[in-house]
Design a binder for this molecule. Structure first.
Ligand code: HDE
Length: 698
């Protein structure tokens, strides 16, 4: 018979209509299950009912508490940068920077400061894919001994706009369109390009966003930038201007557009998984922190304004001094508690650093604190462990929703004389060690007037867009022209593509002509430039391809095998890749068991149908004649090889696999090798020279 919990005491089996899980008190249990009030729960399978088939009772506080909590598990996602992945780690200083900054974390060579870094896309929602064409956020919280410093940057050194007042317009335009709620994570649509085409100040950033920077291979292979000019302040109060850079240890690496599109289908979580798995495997992601330092005299002599976030300072003009490294060596324990609840804020700076008057930065100083109140629901969000400083924190702020601390005593105001009466008096300000705003004179032509204006050099919208274009390789230029063409081909508002091309004519006539030809439109009259662009010397540092590392360190090689493959050959290859710092993944038509040449069986890591070659950096095709014959009939195998070739990857193959390579249209070049060392060496690169053979670019 059924007892009150629906459990058949006679047979030990659940009844037909009220089954219970057979795991009570068994596998992996640790301690007693309780409610949030600490009451032990007797039955976590059945709600309380009036009779076996009767209605559920309102008094079931166990059920109500569980569902109540579940109903409120989500918080508002970030308005921008909603999709993100993060990790813990440390920053290690190479050499003391005491001569330029008194910031505590920059004083002692070799000292490590704990960090939490979150990477993100910008436009998509929290559940969107990892690989759209988009800017990547690069936000780092340094838990220094003198308070938290947040360096909240992107993987592109400039931004779309110059003044914070345009940010809501930018974000509204780029996010999914208001009425139809698509596209969800990309800029290739009417409203973005309508807005951008009317905002010439976006031109430089558009060049970057249309380049391969916006389709990175891995979060581990992106650069990071603080973008704005900041100030370093030393113990004597001397100010040095500074721009922050992060340089990835693995070098930069991007995907191709066709590959990025196919990655969206192959693995929505491609970047998140890559970050997580690399940390699990001990291949810790690493970046070096670099500083570009300059003074007012330098700033005054440049043909651009260092307070304008649409401009960069070429590294060839002010070198990037590498001052330390960041290593991410620990995955979050809980995504929600850490990655979701982390609250970055550019206003979080420590003594020794300061803001510049960049009008975009100034707006950000307000926005982030404000947004946290609406996301995390309380002014006490700094008490959440991931946000709390790791140094002492004392003040007279009290109460508020979700106050987690229990402040003692009566001293919730200052000044007070309670200490004189034997009571706790609380902390006091310190003019010596406290944060002091760096000396700065607010000056403008009309001293003292309140003005809604921009400084003169902000009007130059094209010189640096041209600098970027001139600094790219031919292949990178073809990618940029093709992305403009692709994105604008998705725009239905007729006059918009022409408006973009009219702007591009101020950047480079050839670029404008290529985009117009790609779109099949007439080259329009040049847009009137608010300020005539100038020519700046090209900067190699702006190109990805000129700065790639030929290495398989941190990369993954897909090895396609089938019945009849040679186990010895597979093993040799796996060993060679591993000793060069790479990872391998065996792919076979059946994941369970592949029958090798010697009759033994091998379990693959991935099934061919679900492991297309776009998830790998290079592929090896290890087949016997018989195996090759069988795979000639597998569309996924042909596609595997065809995409690897089309995505300009190295392909190493056994002689017996030749017919499969032929069927996939593979033509010989430097990247097509046998197995062995030649392949391991070739696998560290992409073969951009192959591209004209596989696709027509603008
Ligand atoms: Fe942000 N930005 N932003 N932004 N931003 C946010 O803060 C904002 C800008 C950046 O991983 C929001 O917590 C304004 C530039 C990153 O949690 C919000 C302006 C740069 C992240 C916000 C900018 C960034 C954000 C959304 C123009 C590169 C994700 C939720 C004045 C230097 C941080 C939140 C993370 C997030 C506002 C422009 C980078 C709404 C008003 C420029 C990496 O406060």
């Amino acid at each position: 018979m059924a007892n009150k919990s629906g459990f058949d005491t006679d047979t030990g089996r659940g009844g037909e209509t009220h089954q219970r899980a057979p795991t009570r008190g068994s596998h992996g249990a640790e301690g007693h299950l309780t409610t949030n009030q600490g009451i032990r729960v007797s039955d976590n399978q059945n709600s309380l009912k009036a009779g076996v088939r009767g209605p559920t009772l309102l008094e079931d506080f166990v059920l109500r508490e569980k569902i109540f909590h579940f109903d409120h598990e989500r918080i508002p996602e970030r308005i921008v940068h909603a999709r993100g992945s993060a990790a813990h780690g440390y920053f290690e200083l190479y050499k003391s920077l005491a001569h330029v900054t008194k910031a505590d974390l920059f004083q002692r060579a070799g000292e490590k400061t704990p960090v939490f870094a979150r990477f993100s896309t910008v436009a998509g929602g929290a559940g969107s894919v990892d690989t759209p064409r988009d800017v990547r956020g690069f936000a780092v919280k340094f838990y220094t001994q003198k308070g938290n410093w947040d360096l909240v940057g992107n993987n592109i050194p400039v931004f779309f706009i110059q003044d914070a007042i345009k940010f809501p317009d930018l974000v509204h335009a780029v996010k999914m369109e208001a009425d139809r709620a698509y596209p969800q994570a990309g800029s290739a649509h009417d409203t973005f390009w309508d807005w951008a085409s009317l905002m010439p100040e976006t031109t430089h950033m558009l060049m970057w966003a249309m380049s391969d920077r916006a389709i990175p291979r891995s979060l581990r292979t992106i650069e990071g930038f603080g973008i704005h000019t900041f100030k370093l302040v030393n113990a004597r109060g001397k100010v040095t201007f500074c721009k922050f850079h992060w340089k990835p240890k693995l070098g930069m690496q991007s995907t191709l557009w066709d590959e990025a599109l196919k990655l969206q289908a192959a693995d929505n979580d491609y970047h998140r998984r890559d970050l997580h798995e690399s940390i699990v495997s001990g291949a810790y992601p690493e970046w070096e922190l670099g500083l570009q330092m300059f003074d007012q005299e330098f700033a005054d002599a440049q043909p651009y304004d260092v307070l304008d976030a649409t401009k960069l300072i070429p590294e060839e003009v002010v070198p990037v001094r590498l001052v330390g490294r960041m290593v991410l060596d620990r995955n979050p324990d809980n995504f929600f508690a850490e990655t979701e609840q982390v609250a970055f804020c550019p206003a979080n700076i420590v003594p020794g650093l300061d803001f510049s008057n960049d009008p975009l930065l100034q707006g950000r100083l307000f926005s982030y604190l404000d947004t946290q109140k609406s996301r995390l629901g309380t002014a006490n969000f700094h008490q959440i462990p991931i946000n709390a400083p790791k140094c002492p924190m004392m003040n007279f702020q009290r109460d508020g929703q979700m106050q987690m601390n229990v402040p003692t005593g009566r001293a919730n105001y200052e000044p007070n004389s309670l200490a004189a009466h034997g009571e706790e008096g609380g902390p006091r300000e310190c003019p010596v060690t406290g944060f002091v705003t760096a000396h700065d004179r607010v000056e403008n032509d009309e001293q003292g007037d309140k003005l809604r204006v921009r400084a003169e050099l902000f009007a130059d919208h094209y010189s640096q867009a041209r600098l970027f274009w001139k600094s790219q390789t031919d292949s990178e230029r073809a990618h940029i022209a093709s992305s403009f063409t692709f994105e604008l081909s998705k725009v239905a508002l007729e006059e918009v593509p022409a408006r973009v091309v009219a702007n591009l004519r101020n950047v480079d006539e050839e670029l404008a002509t290529r985009v117009a030809a790609g779109l099949g439109i007439k080259v329009p009259a040049k847009a009137k430039a608010a300020r005539a662009p100038i020519d700046m010397p090209p900067s190699d540092a702006l190109s990805i391809q000129k700065n790639m590392k030929a290495t398989i360190e941190g990369r993954t090689i897909g090895i396609l095998i089938a019945d009849g493959s040679d186990g010895g050959e597979i093993q040799k290859l796996v060993k060679a890749v591993k000793s060069a710092g790479g990872k391998t993944m065996l792919v076979a038509p059946r994941v369970g068991s592949t029958k090798l040449a010697d009759g033994s069986t091998l379990k693959a890591d991935g099934q061919l149908a679900g492991s297309p070659s776009q998830i790998f950096d290079a592929v090896a095709i290890v087949l016997s004649e018989k195996g090759c014959q069988a795979l000639l009939k597998e569309a996924a195998a042909v596609q595997f090889v065809m995409d690897a070739f089309g995505h300009l990857k190295a392909i190493g193959a056994t002689k017996a696999a030749t017919r499969l390579l032929d069927k996939a249209g593979v033509e010989a070049d430097e990247g097509i090798t046998g197995l062995g060392n030649a392949f391991v060496k070739a696998a560290g690169r992409r073969y951009y020279a192959r591209e004209p053979k596989v696709r027509t670019l603008a």
